[in-house]
Design a protein around this ligand. Structure first.
Ligand SMILES: [Zn+2]
Length: 452
C-alpha cells in the first residue's frame, strides 16, 4: 500500500529546499566540468525512461569522499566523487544513477521525507552552527539525517528493478550491475574493517540483491548483451585526476592528532577515541561512547563574549573555572540536552582571528572520571608548524595505460599508490589476488599517505 502524503508540487518544492541544503552541506564538486556534464547527461537520459520525465531532474556530483549516492523528492540526485572514483565503467555509473532515479520515480524519497517530519526541514544546518551544547551534542548526525533517508528493503528491490529497466532501455549492459555490487561488497570488506559504504547504510541490502539481479538478467534480458554499452575506457579517462579520499585541506587525522592546514592548528585527542571531522566541528567519542570531545569555531567574538553568550542561554549552567592550558576562558558546566542532563568543561581560546570553542561532556555524574582527559586534550590545541602537514594536498586518481593484464601487486610495484593494496584492488574492480585487465587502470597519488 502506498500512502502519498505529498502532492507532486509539494514533492518538488520539498526536493528543491533539500537540494539547497545538500549543496551547502557537501559542496558541489566543480573541479572537472566535463565530468559533471557527463554525469548529468547520463542521468537525464535515464530520467526520460522513468515515467515522470517532466520532473525537474538534476544530477550533481558532491565533493564528498564517501561511497554514496542519494535521491531527494521531485528529482534532485546526488552522487559523490567518492563513488565515482570506485566505479570502472559508464554502465556501472548508469546503474547507480538508474537506481536513484527509480527511488524518485516511485516516490520513495517523497514518502520517506514526509515521514521524517517535514517541519524539521530547514532547521538542519543553521541550528548546528549555533554554539549551544544541546545542538553541539548532535553535531555528528543531525542535519544530515534528512538527507540520509533510509529506505525499506522493498523500496530497494523496486529501485533495483527500475534502475535495471531504465539502463537497459537506454542501451547499457545491465550485467554491469554485478561488478557494482561486488565493488560495494569489496569496500565493506576492505582491511581496517567495519567500513560499510554509505550507499549500503542508507540502502539496506535486500539480502539477495546480487542473486536477484542475476535472475533478472536471465528472465528479462532476452538474447545477449552484445552491442550494449559498457564504455570502460571512456569512463576511466573522464575520471582521471579526480580527487580521491577525504580532502586533507579540510582537516585530517594522523593517529590521534587532528591537523587543520588551512586554519593552521593541531589538536591531540585521547588515544583510542573514535574521531570524526565534519564541516561544523571535529568530534571524538570515548571508547565506551559515554563522553564526547569537540572543537568548533565560535566566531569572531572574543572568548569572553562567546562564553557570556553561551552561558546566558537557557538550559545551560556555568560552574567553577577550570585551568586549561592556553584557554582564555574555561569553566565546568551542566546542561539539559535531548538525551538528559550532561556535564563537562567548555573552553574558549582565541587563535589567528577566530575564537574556538572546545567542549568535553559526559552524562551527569561522569565528569570526575573524565575531567583530566578533557583538560589534557583541550590544552593540546596549538599552532601547526609541520611543513608537510601545512602543504598537504588531496590524493588524486591517476589513470595509466597498461598493455596487458597485470596482477594488483605487479601493478602497484610499477605504479605505486599512496593507499593500501586492498584499496587499489577495490577501485580497479578486482580482488587483491586478481588481475587488472589491459587498458586503463587507476593508481592513487599524493594525499596524507605520502606525508612524511
Ligand atoms: Zn536505494
Amino acid at each position: 500500500m502506498q500512502l502519498n502524503l505529498l502532492s507532486e508540487s509539494q514533492e518538488v518544492e520539498l526536493g528543491k529546499q533539500a537540494k539547497q541544503e545538500a549543496e551547502q552541506t557537501y559542496g558541489v564538486y566543480k573541479e572537472k566540468p566535463e565530468l559533471s556534464q557527463y554525469v548529468e547527461g547520463i542521468g537525464k537520459r535515464l530520467s526520460q525512461e522513468s515515467g515522470r520525465p517532466n520532473l525537474p531532474w538534476s544530477y550533481e556530483i558532491v565533493d564528498d569522499a564517501s561511497v554514496n549516492a542519494f535521491a531527494l523528492p521531485g528529482g534532485p540526485i546526488f552522487i559523490t566523487r567518492g563513488i565515482l572514483g570506485h566505479l570502472n565503467t559508464e554502465a556501472e555509473l548508469a546503474a547507480v544513477l538508474g537506481h536513484e532515479t527509480g527511488h524518485v520515480a516511485a516516490r520513495h524519497s517523497a514518502n520517506q521525507m514526509s515521514k521524517a517530519q517535514v517541519a524539521q526541514l530547514g532547521l538542519g544546518i543553521g541550528s548546528i552552527l549555533s554554539p549551544t551544547v544541546a545542538s553541539a551534542a548532535q553535531v555528528a548526525s543531525a542535519g544530515l539525517q534528512l538527507l540520509f533517508l533510509k529506505y525499506s528493503r522493498e523500496d530497494e528491490t523496486q529501485a533495483d528493478e527500475l534502475g535495471f529497466r531504465y539502463m537497459t532501455r537506454v542501451g547499457y549492459d545491465p550485467t554491469q550491475m554485478i561488478p557494482l555490487f561486488q565493488m560495494l561488497d569489496g569496500v565493506s570488506k576492505q582491511a581496517g574493517g567495519g567500513k560499510t559504504p554509505e550507499w549500503l547504510q542508507t540502502h539496506p541490502d535486500p539480502g539477495n540483491r546480487l542473486a536477484a539481479t542475476q535472475q533478472r538478467l536471465k528472465t528479462e534480458l532476452k538474447g545477449s548483451t552484445e552491442g550494449m554499452k559498457v564504455e570502460r575506457e571512456k569512463y576511466l579517462q573522464l575520471i582521471d585526476g579526480i580527487a580521491f579520499g577525504e580532502d586533507p585541506r579540510q582537516g585530517f587525522f594522523k593517529g590521534d592528532t587532528f591537523y587543520q592546514p588551512e586554519l593552521k592548528f593541531q589538536w591531540k585527542l585521547p588515544s583510542g577515541w573514535k574521531h570524526q571531522n565534519t564541516p561544523q566541528a571535529v568530534a571524538a567519542a570515548s571508547p565506551k561512547e559515554d563522553a564526547i570531545l569537540q572543537l568548533q569555531i565560535a566566531g569572531k567574538m572574543s572568548p569572553d563574549e562567546a562564553a557570556q553568550k553561551l552561558f546566558s542561554q537557557q538550559g545551560i549552567k556555568a560552574g567553577q573555572p577550570v585551568n586549561v592550558k592556553g584557554a582564555k576562558v574555561a569553566r565546568a558546566f551542566q546542561a539539559q540536552a535531548q538525551q538528559g542532563v550532561i556535564e563537562g568543561v567548555i573552553a574558549f581560546t582565541s587563535y589567528q582571528g577566530n575564537t574556538y570553542m572546545m567542549a568535553g561532556y559526559t552524562p551527569q555524574g561522569g565528569l570526575s572520571s573524565y575531567l583530566n582527559t578533557f583538560v589534557d586534550a583541550m590544552g593540546s590545541f596549538s599552532e601547526l608548524t609541520d611543513s608537510s602537514a601545512l602543504s598537504v594536498k588531496p590524493a588524486r586518481l591517476k589513470v595509466v595505460k597498461i598493455d596487458q593484464p597485470m596482477s594488483v601487486s605487479d601493478f602497484n610495484a610499477k605504479y605505486p599508490s599512496s593507499v593500501k593494496l586492498e584499496e587499489v584492488a577495490v577501485i580497479n574492480g578486482v580482488d587483491s589476488g586478481g588481475k587488472i585487465p589491459a587498458g586503463h587502470a587507476k593508481q592513487v597519488v599524493g594525499g596524507t599517505g605520502e606525508m612524511k
